[in-house]
Design a binder for this molecule. Structure first.
Ligand SMILES: Cc1cc2nc3c(=O)[nH]c(=O)nc-3n(C[C@H](O)[C@H](O)[C@H](O)COP(=O)(O)OP(=O)(O)OC[C@H]3O[C@@H](n4cnc5c(N)ncnc54)[C@H](O)[C@@H]3O)c2cc1C
Length: 420
């Protein structure tokens, strides 16, 4: 290059896309679609082959999507095609329990009829959400997807960021967003450290078919070893997220289907009649991970790359989708104002918006898990009285219902029915 002063100008002209997203799981595609709607060009890179991310066989995994998350999915154009596969969550009942003893007299009962907005959320199988994301990305002229490509290096500079793939290719964008999950390589390479710990619990996850209808009710039983969530799916089926100590979970998972169901029955109870397995069984070791920063020069972290929380409240993806709404809004507004969208002060607006909210929720789920996952009689009495007290006060109940629906705090525009 003859004139070194021209280097930044030439570099700036050779962007593959405005935004490079590492991770085509769930949050990466949602962000790509939101940004594309705001007129930004995006490349989504994932290490897995596309077929592995879009398999449409039912594998037993499902998500509880808060009402606010459903609104965001609708705003980015993926909800209408999958709505028919979802199950509205009409009521949430949380009970303190011990296997075989039936429910405790104190419980929380949140009914969507107490708020005006509609169901608190929707259950949706993973396969429908992933497939809808892949189809919507393929249909967008602003989005390029690269599958079976692993990002191995990133180099930010004054005008953009260059990433290197294991195949040797390089890509250049103005901003790099790490949507690459709990062991985020983007975070490590940006020098962002994390805080976190292991819960000593593993979640056993599966879908169950049952004799009686669930009537749209989600149940959370707080057992001494960990919570058991029974979440309604379309038809007479429910999704199970069942937390046990690592050792017990490994022993239960190693049983055959009949042994697995025999272990589940006393915890599940008989309120839905006879139960059987409806799909594969999974296990997930449970830990908390929280990045110490969500922004670095030309880099932002989002979804599980920024925060991995206990599934006790089914909030992981919901938090990620809030990040999506917030980051898309910050970047699109910055572009409209003529700012450099990769400037650190722009990315710090996103960090300021999301980091506090996320830390509070991570601490909240952590505290609830610790409070409920034990059999200490004093704590049991305290939490039972607490549940009884909350349940008795309509204003408090409504506050929790709005919280479960994702309607509290500073909502991104995409979660309020407004355009970006
Ligand atoms: C048992 C359980 C139950 C849950 N239930 C709920 C629920 O009911 N509701 C809810 O809201 N949330 C729930 N969650 C949380 C939810 O599953 C996660 O928050 C969500 O899947 C995170 O998505 P993500 O896109 O951020 O990350 P991931 O899904 O982890 O995706 C990361 C992607 O990045 C790719 N990748 C990584 N490194 C690279 C690289 N170097 N180059 C290229 N690609 C790379 C990976 O291949 C992967 O596809 C649950 C979680 C668990 C464990």
């Amino acid at each position: 290059m003859d004139n070194p002063a021209r280097a930044p100008i030439l570099q700036a002209m050779t962007y593959n896309s405005d935004i490079l997203i590492v991770g085509g799981g769930l949050n990466g595609p949602a962000l790509a679609l939101a940004l594309a709607q705001g007129g930004l060009s995006v490349t989504v890179i994932d290490a897995l082959p596309q077929a592995a991310r879009g398999d449409d066989a039912f594998d037993g995994r499902s998500y509880a999507l808060a009402l606010a998350s459903m609104r965001l999915l609708r705003a980015i154009g993926v909800w209408d095609g999958i709505a028919a596969h979802s199950q509205p969550i009409l009521e949430i009942i949380a009970t303190d329990g011990r296997a075989g003893e039936g429910p405790a007299p104190f419980f929380l009962d949140f009914d969507h009829g107490e708020i005006e907005e509609g169901p608190m959320g929707y259950m949706l199988e993973d396969r429908f959400l992933r497939q809808a994301f892949l189809e919507a990305m393929a249909a967008s002229p602003h989005i390029t997807t690269l599958s079976s490509e692993t990002v191995v290096a990133q180099a930010p500079d004054a005008t953009g960021v260059t990433v290197t793939l294991a195949s040797g290719k390089t890509l250049r964008g103005r901003v790099l967003v790490g949507c690459d999950g709990r062991r985020s390589g983007v975070a490590q390479r940006a020098g962002i450290r994390g805080t976190g710990w292991d819960y000593g619990q593993t979640a056993l996850v599966c879908a169950i078919a049952h004799e009686k209808p669930h009537n749209g009710i989600a149940h959370q039983f707080f057992m001494p070893a960990g919570p058991l969530a029974i979440l309604p799916l379309p038809g007479n089926r429910s999704s199970i997220v069942w937390s046990e100590s690592h050792k017990t979970a490994a022993a239960i998972q190693s049983l055959d289907d009949a042994g697995y169901l025999a272990a589940l029955r006393p915890r599940f109870g008989d309120f839905l009649g006879e139960i059987s397995l409806a799909g594969a069984r999974f296990t997930y070791p449970l830990n908390l991970t929280l990045a110490n920063a969500f922004a670095a020069p030309r880099v932002a972290l989002l979804g599980d790359a920024a925060h991995g929380v206990h599934p006790i409240a089914g909030q992981g993806l919901n938090l990620g989708l809030r990040d999506v709404g917030a980051l898309a809004q910050v970047l699109v507004e910055a572009r409209r104002r003529g700012e450099d969208i990769g400037a650190i002060d722009v990315l710090e607006r996103y960090q300021t918006w999301r980091r506090f909210d996320t830390t509070v929720l991570a601490a909240g789920t952590d505290a609830i898990n610790k409070l409920f996952s034990n059999d200490n009689p004093l704590l049991r009495l305290g939490r039972d009285l607490g549940m009884g007290a909350v349940n008795a006060v309509p204003a408090l109940r409504r506050r929790f219902i709005r919280e479960a629906a994702g309607l509290t705090g500073e909502l991104p525009r995409l979660m309020t029915g407004q355009p970006l």
